[in-house]
Design a protein. Sequence first.
Length: 367
Amino acid sequence: MLLEFFSFLKQVVLSSFDMLGTSSSWMLLSFMIAGLLHEFLSPEKMKRSSIGTKKVSGVFWSTISGALIPICSCGTIPLGISLYYSGAYLGPTLAFMTSSPMINPIAVLLSWGLLGPQITVIYIITGLVAPMIIGIVANKFGGKEVCLYPEGENQEDSSPILLEEEKMSVRQKIKSGLHWSFTELAVTVSKYAVSGMLIAGLLFNIVPQSAIQTYLGNPGFISLFGITVIAALMYVCAVGHLPFIAAIVASGAAPGVAITFLMAGAATNIPELITISKTMGKRSALMYFGMVTVISNLVGFITNCLLMPGFKPVMDFDTTHKTIEAANRFIVTTPDWLQNLCSFVMIGYACLAFYKWLKSHSKKAQA
């Protein structure tokens, strides 16, 4: 019994480490970019731009920017947090964090070859409209979390800081931004990302992959809500999972399954939801997850109504091979040793966060 428990625990850790490895290198790169954004984009500069307001134009440009950056949902976490803590409103932040993992030029290219033009057109429209809806709703109902720096607050305190920042050289700003990113942001994000991956690894082993494949392989038994739940629990990359989705549709599943799986899976995962909840508020995380779930199911249902009956899957092996070859030219992959190294760095940051938490609680207990 004890051996079985340790064997199960080992599988959970290995599964979690594998999932962490697929995103850790991109997250560390995102930390670097986030540090620069944090240093060069002050709250005052944000307020002068559209993403530092409730304007729809801010949500629009955040959506377009995210759609052009092929980064997974975990990779967008540091960038989203940096934008939010630099003065961006909640709406543009969530719009960016939705569009970036959900849709990008590489995913569109693969979708066209693997799923066909009909599903791809719906995928493009959804990938651009859904983040905007999420952003607009978040700006409207975000409450106190809608912005960290509301108009009229901290104006007196921000002026001397701005004057001090203006005296800093570009090199000093880069150094300061990277210092903030790798001493504060990385510690905060890593503890939620690693703990989220452990939860995902646990769920992955509790619900066997074979059971998921059996469910997905039975087209008559698949429900859009079931797809949403599975996609949200899995760590889904739009580019990496498109061949898997195409195979499901080719086996007889409804075309709406593809859209729902791409939306719910790529835009949500456990580490991201935990991080949003802890850094932007529980209301923000609930709104985000709720809207992604509702919109993905609604679009999947509409897709089925538009394309069925009479939908014919596009699964020509020659076309598929050529499409994957073309997409691979644009996909940047990191070697296994680098993925493992980045994963250990993330785990190290998570351990540091745990140590700081223990230290602070021990001081409180002694006081």
